[in-house]
Design a protein around this ligand. Sequence first.
Ligand code: ATP
Ligand code: MG
Length: 392
Amino acid sequence: MQNNKEWQAAFSVIEQLEKAGFEAVVVGGAVRDALLGRPVHDVDVATNALPEEVKTVFKRTVDIGIQHGTVLVIVPAAPVEVTTYRTDGEYTDHRRPEVVHFVRSLEEDLQRRDFTMNAIAMRRDGSLVDYYGGQLDIEKGVIRAVGEAKVRFAEDALRMLRAVRFSAQLGFSIEEITLRAMQEKAADIAWIAKERLKAELDKLWLGKDVYNGIKKLQESGLDDYLHGDFHAENWRGFCVQDKLFGWSYFAFIQGENWQDVLRSYRLSKKEMAFVKAVLAACKTLTSGWTNMDYFTYMEEELEAALYFAELRQLDVPKPPYSILEAQTKLPIRERQDLVVNGMDLLKWSGQKRGPWIKEALQAMLEAVVNGELQNDRQQIKEWIEHKYVHEG
Ligand code: ATP
Ligand code: MG
């Protein structure tokens, strides 16, 4: 059915486990995405073999989550995550089970999974094990909790945000009882670590129907317990390939408060810097595209700003050529490309150090970037002498 190397690797692992007398299947996202005809990246295997047993079957394994029953098996085509069938123990904090119990039946393993579409297993011959009507829900485009939704969300509140994220990724609706349970349990999302919220939002921003996702976020009331302003109307038509475009646009909507909001989701310094640049670019571009804009911002930052301007119908003119082309044509690309530095300035002007140096360097940079002054020592020297010796 699937013939990329991740599937080949998973099927060869299953075959070897079967030869050793165990049962093994592909489970979770890979089966769901294969049924949907979506590209599949991680093909996870579940088995009735205990982790120690899995390790005896294969030459090369890595313990990546042995306490949860997961062993990484290295086979030639690709590494495969193999997890022992398990049930989750008591949940005490709305997040993770205290302990997991390994079990020998696939049925029990599938029962602990969050949504019917994620609780389908595939055997090596391609046949499906689907106790909860996952295939039908996929056909109908519905996200439905496995078992009693309220209980499942009380166990692990992150599942509610996963439902929202899947609704953005797949364009699915959320089944009524499941949605009602989310409304009831929404406040529990506050228990979830910010890093895990961020990981879900990272995926949400890349969804094919972000508007649908944010609408579900609002309908479930989860938005009341998450930092920041989520307003579905803002997300109509939003569709991007880069999660930082998502965070930047989210920041754009927050207004003044954006730094506090984004920091609360633990964005890295680098991610924050990207967002900051995009917001600044959005402002300057309203007065047209200048060489200094092409010089100051990275291509992606300008692309993001331009995309938001188009989405919001802001008064930003279209750039005359492609951003990359304009950047390639710049006289210099970096500050360090200037052939003159502050020491040269001091020497040539014969003046004392002072804040004027920084200003002069900036003026010189702009003149060079704008093509009014050549990046040439002799020409710059004359320019300095003219500007700062005779005038200044
Ligand atoms: P993605 O495409 O984002 O990887 P996925 O469905 O594969 O989606 P994973 O986080 O990789 O999501 O989890 C793999 C599988 O484990 C899920 O399909 C689901 O069966 C189960 N699972 C993951 N998280 C939970 C959870 N919080 N509660 C219950 N089951 C879960
Ligand atoms: Mg996955």
